[in-house]
Design a protein around this ligand. Structure first.
Ligand SMILES: [Fe+2]
Length: 200
């Protein structure tokens, strides 16, 4: 995957609109929500460096980034709920045509190995971007070092990884110990949200 020269975007109208209208998904964890916002902007900016411009790249990545972990505050089994939340917004705003592609992007974003299926251009860039941030850049994901440094220095993720996600993991393991890793179940999430055709 080649890299693209991009300037940082620290604000995007769609990201702002989505985060503002879905604040209730934080369940009152305001600091966690601020951290999630930072993580979403980091992933957005990292992914932009892995996809050529065109085909509404920034709009689609902004939407996927805003929604990709949005229901992590409620449960660790949040892929399907996040896709449903995104789907409802896409329908409300006349963007249903993007629903399948963005469902794949969200469903596959925790995959640990390369994704080669349908909509791989955006899904693979997004997966790499998220993995770079979640791994604290241990996994470089083919991203330019300078860009990663600029993104991390400009955008804080607060306590999203140190409190919000660990809390969701702990709560989940107590409630559903036999399903320890729902966050990697991309096919299940696509099936549950009516996107069976895009499983591969
Ligand atoms: Fe994420």
């Amino acid at each position: 995957m080649t890299t693209v020269n991009v300037n940082l975007m620290l604000s995007h109208p769609l990201m702002e609109e989505i985060l503002a209208s879905h604040r209730d998904h934080a369940g009152g964890d305001e600091r966690g929500w601020a951290g999630y916002r930072g993580h979403a902007y980091r992933v957005f900016n990292l992914a932009r460096a892995l996809v050529d411009d065109g085909d509404n790249r920034d709009e689609k990545l902004a939407i996927a980034a805003a929604f990709h972990d949005i229901d992590a505050f409620r449960s660790l089994d949040y892929l399907a709920p996040s896709i449903r939340t995104m789907h409802a917004w896409l329908c409300r705003t006349g963007r249903e045509a993007w629903a399948e592609e963005l469902a794949v992007v969200v469903a596959q974003h925790h995959r640990l190995i390369r994704y080669r299926g349908r909509h791989a251009t955006l899904a693979e860039a997004f997966r790499r971007a998220d993995l770079n941030d979640v791994s604290q850049r241990l996994v470089r994901s083919g991203l330019p070092r300078d860009h990663v440094r600029a993104v991390r220095e400009s955008i804080s993720v607060g306590r999203f990884f140190t409190r919000t996600v660990p809390t969701a993991i702990a709560r989940h393991l107590v409630r559903r110990p036999l399903d320890p890793l729902p966050i990697v179940r991309a096919r299940r999430a696509l099936r549950q949200t009516g996107h069976e055709a895009a499983q591969w």
